[in-house]
Design a protein around this ligand. Structure first.
Ligand code: PLP
Length: 468
């Protein structure tokens, strides 16, 4: 490698460290307007190339005002984690090694890292050891994978080979949820040809839990193949469905249970909060994210399926030019990653997960979960104690909802106004939502960087926004 390249990489690492070091003092919200960003980046297509160092330096300069500070400790919007240092550094190496994590043969070390990370995750999250797993881009494609496995199994039970025959003429597959499911479930249904109309909400009114009596009635009334989709952590309230009871009802009717635990499944690692997940191990498939509460960089979703044959039957592919590796010592054959996800060529996204788990350990992950939950409670209590604030939903785990009451009675408009002021203030970032018909401010804590001081600064920022 020539000296120019080495200088470029050293310099880039310094840019990255400078960015991270600046997170405490830069505004959390981007300050550049859309027009400004288009002007900055919208150069004519270059005919000739530029020096790499200049490209990188200008990228750093040009993005500076247009980045959201979601990697920092005072970002509480959506459910967006940060990156623990070991995972971020491992992510750089993953890009550097540039292994194609489709096949064991295309990168044996990262393929085995994925095998081990998958086994560790099952142990951490309390999922059955026999479950198969896949590392996807996010929970969205993890849902797609899990529901494809469900579709395979439920239709095979009725003598229908969906991979060969397709869906035309097949029995419709029902999907039963609380009605508070994340929109990614419906999109997975659309992509799989199940059809969004097959979704049935059997919820228990405001709140977001599945209604067990309604679920039992619905399962008894329909003899269609059915998936019961439960939630570990509803996006607004963080509520958990009653897994054990729902799984028993589903099992009695031959239904498949899928759990969306994009962030909430991680509560199972904590001794304090693990009880919320009682019975979750009885489901048939589970989705979670690495890029939320585990704090690995984007993009990392995780899917687990109790029935490896259904998982593999839905996803596996063979082509004559691929190389499938056997273990020369007579152990289990190598695991080809493309058998378990909808993707072919892909980055080795298990590497940052492996690094995060090694650097934190089970105790460190549990402490991260507990700390975020404590911060969420402190944030909701601190903001809730300010004048004119109504707490709509105190945290079950790391999510809470508040709203801001207006003297003129237009609480929705006032709530959006206050959220806007907090965001523009740059000290902290919260997002809005509509919950049970009213506008609310969502409080979500999943970043490993958030500390007590960040919580104090965020509460002070809301106080300042309330006084105009
Ligand atoms: C974030 C989230 C999703 C979607 O996950 P992606 O990783 O963004 O694809 C699905 N369900 C819940 C509950 C979520 O919080």
């Amino acid at each position: 490698m020539d000296a120019d390249q080495r200088r470029l990489f050293d310099r880039t690492a310094r840019h990255a460290a400078d960015f991270l070091a600046g997170l405490g003092s830069r505004p959390v919200a981007p300050t550049a307007s859309l027009a400004r960003l288009r002007e900055v980046f919208g150069r004519p297509l270059p005919e000739d190339g530029l020096d790499a160092e200049r490209v990188v330096d200008e990228l750093v300069r040009d993005t500076a005002d247009g980045l959201l500070g979601s990697a920092g400790g005072r970002f509480f919007g959506w459910v967006v984690g940060g990156g623990v240092p070991a995972a971020l550094a491992a992510d750089w190496l993953t890009a550097t090694w540039d292994q194609n994590a489709a096949l064991h043969a295309a990168g044996p070390a990262v393929a085995v890292v994925e095998e081990v990370a998958g086994a560790w995750l099952k142990e951490l999250l309390g999922l059955p050891a026999e479950a198969s797993f896949g590392f996807t881009t996010g929970a969205q494609s993890a849902h797609l994978t899990a529901l494809a496995a469900a579709r395979h199994r439920l239709l095979a039970d009725r003598g229908w080979d969906v991979e060969r025959r397709g869906l035309a003429g097949a029995p419709a597959v029902r999907v039963l949820t609380s009605g508070w499911q994340h929109a990614s479930i419906e999109r997975a249904m659309r992509l799989l040809g199940l059809g969004a109309d097959q979704l049935r909400g059997v919820g228990s009114g405001p709140g977001g839990l599945i209604d067990l009596a309604a679920l039992e009635r619905e399962l008894a009334a329909c003899d269609a193949p059915a998936v019961v989709c439960l939630q570990a952590g509803e996006i607004n309230t963080g509520l958990f469905d009653p897994f054990g009871e729902a799984c028993a009802l589903a099992a009695a009717r031959g239904a498949w249970v899928h759990v969306d635990g994009a962030f909430g499944l991680w509560a199972g690692v904590s001794e304090r909060h693990g009880h919320l997940l009682a019975g979750v191990d009885r489901a048939d498939s589970w989705t979670t994210d690495g890029h939320k509460w585990l704090n690995v960089p984007f993009d990392c979703g995780l899917v687990f399926v109790r029935h490896p044959a259904a998982h593999r039957g839905a996803m596996s592919t063979k082509a004559s030019y691929l190389v499938h590796t056997e273990d020369e010592a007579g152990g289990a054959p190598a695991r080809d990653q493309l058998d378990w996800t909808p993707e072919w060529s892909r980055r080795a996204r298990a590497v940052p997960v492996y690094a995060a788990i090694r650097s934190l350990g089970r105790r460190g992950i549990a402490a991260l979960v507990d700390r975020c939950v404590d911060h969420a409670h402190r944030l909701v209590a601190g903001i809730g104690a300010l004048p004119g604030v109504e707490v709509l939903s105190p945290p079950v785990i790391n999510q809470g909802l508040v709203r801001f009451l207006a003297e003129d009675g237009d609480h929705d408009a006032h709530t959006d106004r206050v959220i806007g002021r907090v965001q523009r203030g740059g000290e902290a970032w919260f997002g809005g939502t509509t919950w049970n018909g009213v506008r609310a401010m969502r409080i979500s804590v999943v970043n490993w960087r958030t500390d007590d001081h960040d919580v104090d600064r965020a509460v002070a920022a809301v106080r300042a926004a309330l006084s105009g």
